[in-house]
Design a binder for this molecule. Structure first.
Ligand code: ATP
Ligand code: MG
Length: 377
């Protein structure tokens, strides 16, 4: 079985690592350069989309911002899983909001904006403060504005107007500001036969708009709410593969923030913390193999390594610490890898995180600051 991944980044790489035990081969298509590459070595294997499609038994994607003609061509081959519609919903906030409405799940009130009149209507409908997001192309908090008071309306509009005019398809989605207590996400998988398995929720902390730490949590009330919304969205799309839902936790009630029709950064902890990791489960699903158990096997946190290409030896010496590098060139703020930290018994994970906070510099790993403070106490 040969799986072609649209996108040749770290998610394709980790799918490739999970594929070998299943006797599945993963190749990656770099959408920008139109080349087929090996997802681990980046060695060029071939060229062109038609050639890539030809070589694949199944086609899947590692990101949602894929030009629609590429998705449509893949879908026409009958090999694309999940569907082009599901991937498009993840890449266009207007389609995403319409999907959430159809699935009848809670999300922030919204209004689509193309013109200044739309913006005025959005302010009337939603009120201030308000969050404004580009409909297409946003990731890691990029392409967003915050409207905090009326005096900012003109300056925010002039910036949004440049974004809207950058392409005919572009627009802005205005959203009610949600004063959430924390952010959580649910990663789950739906098989070809409609079977669904979800992982435990992860609590996510973002630093400057980028995920910095993600920890699997046990919370029955939130888990049930998340699972029922996950099923509603996945069933609405007749989805196949791994899907992630990001939520705001507003005093114990979850609202969906956004969806990701793919394996997700907040699911990387499953490599060490779950019976079957998200990458294996995605491959199982798209290849029609029965899904693996999503059971938590030990408490785990995932810490993103941003803009660094080396770590102190002490990290490798710490039992329960697993480093995953992505083989990328160093660049400020870039996701270069992650560390999964595990604890086998009660309190051990917290102790490991406290220890890690003494090893890693808190300017590079701000997510560890709360544990650094614990040591200081
Ligand atoms: P990512 O790629 O990291 O998932 P993104 O660029 O797709 O991010 P969002 O997840 O929609 O964008 O927003 C980034 C962050 O901004 C959220 O994680 C949350 O912290 C904050 N945020 C987004 N929407 C709202 C909202 N309506 N109210 C309050 N905060 C918000
Ligand atoms: Mg997000």
């Amino acid at each position: 079985m040969q799986v072609l991944v649209l996108g040749a980044g770290q998610l394709a790489r980790m799918m490739s690592l999970a594929s070998a035990p299943l006797n599945i081969k993963v190749i990656a298509y770099d959408v920008g350069s139109e080349t087929i590459v090996h997802p681990l070595t980046q060695t060029k294997i071939g060229e062109g989309l038609a050639n890539a499609i030809d070589q694949a038994d199944v086609i899947t994607a590692e990101f949602e911002h894929i030009p629609h003609p590429i998705l449509d061509e893949c879908e026409a081959s009958g090999k694309l899983i999940p569907s082009a519609e599901a991937i498009k919903c993840g890449g266009d906030r207007r389609m995403e909001k319409a999907l959430l409405d159809r699935a009848q799940v809670h999300s922030a009130k919204y209004h689509a904006i193309k013109t200044k009149e739309d913006f005025t209507q959005a302010i009337e409908k939603i009120g201030i403060p308000m969050v404004l997001k580009s409909a297409l192309g946003g990731y890691d908090g990029k392409g967003q504005w915050r409207l905090k008071d009326h005096s900012q309306i003109d300056s925010v509009w002039s910036e949004m107007q440049i974004c809207i005019e950058s392409s005919d398809q572009q627009a802005i989605v205005a959203e009610e500001f949600i004063p959430f207590g924390r952010e959580v996400s649910l990663v789950g998988v739906r098989g070809k036969n409609g079977a669904i398995q979800v992982y435990p929720l992860a609590e996510n902390v973002h630093t400057d708009g980028v995920l910095s730490i993600s920890t699997a949590i046990a919370d029955n009330n939130l888990q049930q709410q998340a699972e029922s919304m996950f099923c509603a969205v996945a069933n609405e799309l007749d989805y196949c593969g791994v899907l992630a839902l990001e939520f705001f936790d507003l005093d114990g009630t979850l609202l969906v923030n956004e969806i990701a029709p793919r394996v997700h950064n907040s699911g990387h902890w499953t490599q060490q913390g779950a019976e079957t990791c998200q990458f294996e489960n995605h491959l199982r699903s798209v290849c029609g193999i029965p899904l693996g158990s999503t059971k938590l096997i030990r408490e785990t946190s995932m810490i993103n390594i941003l803009g660094e290409d080396s770590l102190p030896e002490a990290v490798f010496e710490l039992a329960g610490c697993h480093v995953h590098w992505y083989g990328k060139q160093k660049r400020a703020g870039r996701k270069m890898g992650h560390i999964n930290v595990c604890g086998d018994y009660s309190g051990e994970l917290q102790r490991k995180l406290t220890k890690l906070a003494t090893i890693l510099d808190s300017t590079s790993f701000p997510a560890l600051q709360p544990w650094a403070n614990k040591t200081a106490d």
